[in-house]
Design a protein around this ligand. Structure first.
Ligand SMILES: Cc1ncc(COP(=O)(O)O)c(C=O)c1O
Length: 444
């Protein structure tokens, strides 16, 4: 019988062929680090709702979900229509537009902590600006970042990552303080021992949209109290959790108001875009005050060719208006729950080590046992990280792809509101078959 790897090679000759050319053009043969895959990545042609297709004609149930952007699935008809209409009216008017106002209104309607905001082209830009605004507002230079939390790829965001970081000046990391995730005492110690801290930034459901979770209700409240006591800006990076952890993101789910929120992906209706929003007096560090002395010495400069781009604006506004008016999160969450229960049942039935945990429509698989409540996993982060680095996890990704299921990274499912019980049950059947193959190959 063919191995998972042999089957992958047999099923995807078109992708293999294209990869030969792409390695001569793109470093690693890909245009995003997370798409790098051995022996070659898959080349896709198109998507619709919860499904997408590759160049060999294979169909997939898609849980990559546009790196988390597709809460409404591929090519949602209303977004497609809005973008098509806007293309005919101009893709860049080089001016203020009604579309950007509509987009901002839709964001503010869902996230009450956002008094004012600015648009960007990506989540990386949004976290860069949130850090800069915090420094300018407090007059302090340092930022606390939690170990393993991901905030994009700019120099400051990369601090504390496990990998070496060639090309990043050490000086930029000297202003970053890395503390263990989920440990309030570590944050308190850092705040007490350094008076130069401007902000604390985190992913509010834990690193990698909850792969390494913490006791969110009490931890987030503790962070809110500590940062308020020390006059430190609290930044929730809701690039993934925004509009997904609840229609108002993790902050509304847990009832905690950060000072600043960074957004991308769903906020932009799955087009390129991002935003930073929050307290007016912080965001207004970008505003002109008509006082040349202040404007020239204190104001935070913010150009950006595609800020508030009309195509993204109509896609984002349409998407958020749908989320606000329809049971989108309810549907995605229900399918996430069905998937999670089903995966845990399969691990139990097959008597294999592993479990699924997660909240809302963000489900994580760990190939190790744990007695957690399957929502906020309590397994030590080091153990989760060890389990997710195993060859079994690579085999899981490939095996599922062989059976028409594409997951986020190697162990996560980002569910959309277009996934139905049919997609979930088909996924569970593929999961069971893949686990059996993994066991047969002696990988788990
Ligand atoms: C939590 C978080 N912040 C920031 C980013 C960076 O966003 P972008 O890829 O749009 O630059 C990401 C990207 O996945 C993210 O997950």
């Amino acid at each position: 019988m063919a191995t998972i790897l042999e089957e992958y090679i047999t099923k995807h000759p078109g992708s293999a062929r294209r990869y030969e050319e792409s390695t001569t053009i793109f470093p690693g043969g890909v245009t995003h680090d997370s798409r790098y895959a051995m022996p070659f990545p898959l080349f896709m042609t198109h998507g619709s709702g919860p499904r997408k297709w590759d160049v060999d004609g294979n169909e997939y149930i898609d849980y990559v979900s546009g790196h988390g952007a597709l809460l409404l699935g591929h090519s949602h008809p209303e977004i497609a229509e809005a973008v098509s209409q806007q293309i005919l009216r101009g893709t860049h008017l080089g001016a203020s537009t009604d579309e950007e106002l509509r987009w901002a209104r839709a964001i503010k309607a869902l996230i009450p902590s956002i008094e004012k905001l600015r648009f960007h082209s990506s989540g990386t830009e949004a976290t860069l600006m949130a850090m800069r605004l915090s420094r300018a507002y407090t007059g302090k230079d340092k930022i606390i970042k939690l170990q393993d939390h991901f905030h994009g790829w700019h120099d400051y965001a990369m601090a504390g990552s496990d990998r070496a970081a060639p090309g990043i000046p050490l000086a930029s990391w000297e202003s970053m303080i890395i503390v263990p995730s989920g440990d309030l005492n570590a944050v308190e110690d850092a705040l007490n021992s350094d008076s130069e801290i401007a902000a604390l930034i985190l992913e509010p459901t834990g690193a990698h949209y909850g792969q390494l979770p913490f006791d969110a209700p009490s931890y987030l409240k503790g962070l809110r109290d500590l940062t308020a006591q020390h006059g430190v800006v609290l930044i929730f990076d809701e690039v993934v959790t925004g509009f997904r952890a609840s229609p108002g993101g993790a902050q509304v789910r847990y009832g905690i108001n950060p000072d600043l929120t960074t957004m991308a992906k769903i906020v932009a209706g799955a087009l390129p875009g991002g935003a930073v929003g929050g307290k007016a007096e912080i965001i207004d560090m970008i505003a002109h005050r008509g006082d040349p002395e202040w404007d020239n010495t204190h104001r935070v400069y913010h150009p950006g060719t595609f800020n508030g781009n009309p195509l993204t604006a109509v896609a984002g506004a349409t998407c958020l208006e749908i989320i606000a008016s329809q049971p989108i999160n309810q549907q995605a969450d229900a399918m996430g729950a069905r998937l999670k229960v089903g995966i845990n049942d399969i691990f139990g039935k097959m008597e294999m080590a592993g479990h699924a945990h997660g909240i809302a429509s963000m489900i994580h698989v760990v190939m190790a046992d744990c007695g957690c409540d399957r929502e906020l996993c309590t397994m030590p982060h080091s153990q989760i990280k060890e389990a997710t680095a195993s060859p079994a996890v690579t085999a899981l990704k490939r095996g599922l792809q062989n059976l028409g299921v594409d997951i986020m990274g190697r162990d996560a499912f980002l569910v959309s509101a277009t996934h139905t019980e049919q997609e979930v049950d088909q996924t569970l059947a593929a999961f069971e078959t893949t686990l059996a193959a993994i066991r047969d190959e002696g990988l788990a």
